[in-house]
Design a protein around this ligand. Structure first.
Ligand SMILES: NC(=O)c1ccc[n+]([C@@H]2O[C@H](COP(=O)([O-])OP(=O)(O)OC[C@H]3O[C@@H](n4cnc5c(N)ncnc54)[C@H](OP(=O)(O)O)[C@@H]3O)[C@@H](O)[C@H]2O)c1
Length: 437
């Protein structure tokens, strides 16, 4: 049976042939010789499902593969493996379910879908003894899923910190160099890093989807994504980057996860990280994931988190793995290693870290004392406090910036509420978390 299998190719169909799908077809062609050897048999493309058949495609996409009819793929029992690179929730979700139900292997790059339906799809794949592989859904070309699932199968992960969105990292890097948020965003769009509608990126939700997927592998956690606190970068101002620099920090947009016993601590937000820390120096459009294993200690992965070829590297690596497992008569082996349990997400009020607080205040005597005593009343103690300059006009605001010692977020929020009612305050206080990674 296995010998027969080795002689026949593994037949794959792509659902989608845009940025990622085009890269996948190019890489399959460029590396054809050794991919076949690594998979243990030839990988043959049979169909490519698209919406508009007349759109221009990469040269490697043969016209005869193109179809707009999914039934051509699902009705063909010779198709061993479905590669979902179309994106979105529907119809991708239905197609993946159908492929798994039919015992076909599935490779997907779809973070939205895995974040929303991953645990249930993994369970379905395990039940059907088939593969569901999703390396490209987090960190583009960075092999973070494989690292967590395979290399760290022996260890228990204490925490993960990821720069998971290249657009946010690019914008924050340019802002640190003096560019405004708007100009940096426009540049990111012109360079093809940001979507035409960048809301998912700069609002933090793209990173949140990736964090949910990572926490499946890092902590074996199936979570309700709605419980995760998500903040983007659009509120970050130049003055925050300057203060951070002065205190010895850089601001990075992070997806953060900690194993907290029965619960997991998951949050997505901009954070101050020390200038000499490993993640502080992952700049521009690069992604980086810092994993702390209980036995391993620190481990850092850095690379290109998006783009046709980096993402295709991850998708094709999954195709090779899934193809090999089928050729060797062991489909579903890798997916069976993913063991998930529902874990509640720790409420943000209970999260303990250090905080950067910035207030715009009227330049009156006693203001600093008021702020300090409101924080003190909630047992939030101050590590550093800076008041910048003097107001030129009586009504002008001056910034006051505070770094706290470690405390609960609930206490900080209660203190800020008390301060917000004070007449000296000119605008909402800025609260940023500090991560010691
Ligand atoms: N782009 C990246 O750098 C990157 C990185 C990591 C992960 N991903 C993930 O990879 C997936 C694909 O992203 P992408 O950037 O390659 O998207 P894309 O360029 O927009 O391509 C989507 C492809 O899917 C096809 N398609 C969409 N809806 C369809 C439908 N209902 N029926 C048939 N075909 C349909 C489109 O057909 P037409 O060509 O005919 O319009 C197109 O070929 C997404 O899940 C994304 O989150 C992307």
């Amino acid at each position: 049976m296995t010998q027969e299998r080795e002689k026949s190719p593994v037949r794959i169909s792509l659902l989608g042939c845009g940025t990622v799908g085009g890269g996948v077809l190019r890489l399959l062609q460029e590396n054809k010789d050794f991919l076949g050897l690594r998979a243990g048999g030839e990988i043959e493309v049979t169909h490519v499902l698209v919406k508009s058949p007349n759109k221009p495609r990469v040269a490697e996409c043969k016209k005869e593969w193109l179809t707009t009819d999914p039934e051509v793929i699902f009705g063909d029992p010779r198709v061993d493996l479905v590669v979902e690179v179309m994106g979105g929730e529907q119809p991708a979700y239905d197609y993946i379910q159908r492929a798994i139900a039919a015992g076909k292997g599935v490779v997907t790059a779809n973070k939205l879908l895995i974040a929303k339906h991953g645990p249930e799809l993994v369970e379905q794949a395990i039940k059907n003894r088939t593969d569901l592989a999703f390396e490209a859904s987090v960190g583009g070309g960075i092999p973070i899923i494989r690292t967590l699932r395979e290399a760290l199968a022996s260890d228990s992960v204490a925490s993960v910190h990821g720069i998971l969105n290249g657009t946010c990292n690019y914008i924050l890097t340019r802002m640190r160099e003096g560019m405004s948020f708007g100009v940096a965003l426009q540049q990111a769009q012109e360079l093809g890093y940001a979507e035409a509608d960048p809301t998912l990126d700069v609002g933090g939700h793209d990173a949140a989807q990736k964090l949910v997927v990572m926490s499946m592998l890092a902590f074996g956690a199936s979570v309700n994504a709605g419980e995760i606190m998500v903040e983007g970068i659009s509120e970050i101002e130049e003055v925050d980057l300057q203060f951070a620099d002065r205190f010895g920090y850089r601001i990075k947009h992070l997806g953060i996860g900690y194993d907290r016993g029965e619960r997991v601590e998951l949050r997505v937000h901009p954070a101050l990280v020390r200038k000499n820390s490993v993640l502080a120096n992952v700049d521009g459009v690069l992604n980086g994931v810092f994993v702390e294993g209980r036995a391993l200690g620190p481990c850092l992965l850095v690379g290109r988190g998006a783009g046709d070829m980096p993402t295709a590297v991850s998708v094709v690596a999954d195709i090779v793995d899934v193809a090999r497992s089928r050729i060797e008569g062991q489909p579903g082996l890798a997916t069976r290693g993913i063991q998930l349990k529902h874990r509640p997400v720790m409420p943000i009020e209970e999260v303990e870290t250090r905080y950067y607080l910035r207030f715009a205040v009227g330049d009156h005597p006693g203001v600093l004392g008021h702020i300090a005593s409101a924080l003190g009343a909630e047992s939030v103690s101050i590590e550093q406090m800076v008041q910048e300059g003097r107001a030129l006009e009586a009504d002008d605001a001056v910034p006051v910036c505070i770094i706290t010692h470690r405390c609960q977020e609930g206490a900080v929020r209660r203190a800020l509420k008390a301060i917000e009612s004070q007449v000296f305050l000119k605008g909402a206080p800025r609260i940023l978390r500090i991560e010691d990674v």
